[in-house]
Design a binder for this molecule. Structure first.
Ligand code: PGA
Length: 262
């Protein structure tokens, strides 16, 4: 990889596992399986209720912890929500360092609109959290030739409230909806094509800061296909769903990132 960007591998556990004890064991198994490469950041994003438990289990491992979503307000009458202030926790001791924003499952099932994504990204940055803004087209949008337009629209919205005050320590995840949980990963060439569009917009918006933002690919990434993505110029890591629940597979993805970063 030619670009001087750190890579990021983020495991998205989604609504798994159902028992806290199993979350603890999974974190321990990931700790045991993963060898942390020098130029790769590795995090897991468990359900909110397990964040502190998993964080505790991973202390000293070098594997960090991110949240799967959050609200944009710091506090208030928002039943069931978690705020950026809560995630960022005490200064120097955050509950989570990263937060996924705008995952397609939240866009689809929880009404996460482009406008909400924009607010959340800005709020995460304001609280020192690193947002991983997820964007990507549906199969229908791809079939009708709108894939690039959707990526442009969602990214433009996601970064629309980002200013220099909150910093620009963020990541973008390109996740074509048709590739998520389907075993039908995009090709490396397709991922790179989308990442190049994303890079162009980031550089246009943020100048040199834009070229330092990691762009992840997500959608059926496995230990076997990961290298196909990491060899590409503008793909700097992965957002991993199913394989992040399998310690050996997750470790293989991290190793593939390490091989391409070195
Ligand atoms: P998958 O999920 O790896 O299971 O396809 C990716 C994601 O939803 O982030």
């Amino acid at each position: 990889m030619s670009a001087p960007r750190r890579m990021l591998i983020a495991g998205n556990w989604k609504m798994n596992p159902t028992r806290a004890a199993d979350a603890h064991v999974l974190a321990q198994l990931i700790d045991a399986a993963v060898t942390l490469p020098v130029d790769v950041d590795v995090i897991v994003c468990p359900p909110t209720i397990y964040l502190d438990l998993v964080r505790g289990a991973l202390i000293g491992s070098g594997v960090g912890v991110g949240a799967q979503t959050m609200h944009w307000e710091a506090s208030g009458a928002y039943t069931g929500e978690t705020s950026p202030a809560m995630l960022s926790g005490d200064r120097g001791n955050p509950i989570a360092t990263h937060v996924i924003i705008g995952h397609s499952e939240r866009r689809q099932y929880d009404g996460e609109t482009d406008e909400k994504v924009a607010r959340k990204v800005a709020a995460a940055l304001a609280y020192g959290l690193i947002p991983i803004a997820a964007i990507g087209e549906t199969l229908e949008e791809r079939r009708t030739g709108q894939a690039e337009a959707v990526v442009r629209r969602q990214l433009t919205a996601a970064i629309s409230e980002v200013d220099t005050l909150g910093g620009r320590r963020m990541a973008i995840a390109y996740e074509p909806v048709w590739a998520i949980g389907t075993s039908m990963a995009a090709s490396g060439a397709d991922a790179q094509a989308a990442a190049a569009v994303i890079r162009e917009l980031l550089v246009a918006a943020f100048g040199s800061d834009g070229s330092a933002i990691p762009i992840l690919y997500g959608g059926s990434v496995t230990g076997e296909n990961a290298a196909e993505f990491f060899g590409r110029d503008d793909v700097d890591g992965a957002l991993v769903g199913g394989a992040s629940l399998k310690p050996e597979a997750f470790a293989a993805i991290v190793a593939a990132a390490g091989a391409s970063a070195s």
